[in-house]
Design a protein around this ligand. Sequence first.
Ligand SMILES: [Zn+2]
Ligand SMILES: [Zn+2]
Length: 272
Amino acid sequence: MNTRDAFDLTRALLERHQLAHWTVEWDSAKTRAGVCRFQEQTIGLSAPLTRLHGEAEVRDTILHEIAHALAGPEAKHGPRWRQIARSIGCSGRRCTSDDSERIAGAWLGVCPAGHGVTRHRAPTRVTSCTQCSPRFDLKHLLGWSLHGDPARMHANYSAELKALRSGTTSVTMLPVGSRVRITTPGRYAGQLGTVVRRGRTRFHVRCADVTIDLPFAGVEGVGGEGVGGEMLLGFDDEYDDDGVNAFNDSEGFDEDACARLSALYPRSSPEK
Ligand SMILES: [Zn+2]
Ligand SMILES: [Zn+2]
């Protein structure tokens, strides 16, 4: 539901229940859809969760908070609150319905302005909000939570974000043919190899006479020598929905990053 309609609905419901003097406030909470602040006589609503939820769910959240306002702070979620909640048409469920968020996707990404997007899989690329900027922009980065808790990100994600923040080229963009050093602990740690294939999240690295399958973050680039083949700029089919710009998406294309990449990994053919 859009926040404008949700705001109007909240005002209308507050008036209906003799709470016209209460105010409505937006916040960017990710773990609860609404909150009742008795001292300030304010009902707070989560902008990202409101946008994700349908009208019936938003109405239920508003009525849940109105029931708190009518029942008073002592009532908590006890019998008095429950009785009032049901009498005004609220389902009487707790503040956040776990179900609704799971249906929308366990991963919730929220930009600094409070726009939300959901994912069913762990994000492996750094992405920014398309509502705030049509192109990738670190200023509008989506921060991720999983089932409402701050999320531990995929190694590729962390590596890409670190590279973006320090202004260097992300290892996730190394093209096929790049020389790399294996940084994943284990038998091949420290060995040099060549990227022979790129998957969605992993490289196949040829190392002497074996090919090893490693996450992007499991290698580091070792400079321009020996680079040939096609310049594969990272597409990620995971992020073709609305709401996110991958750093090096087909649309949110970052020319600066490409220039940096070209400088680091010049094509082997003497074109320019
Ligand atoms: Zn509650
Ligand atoms: Zn945004």
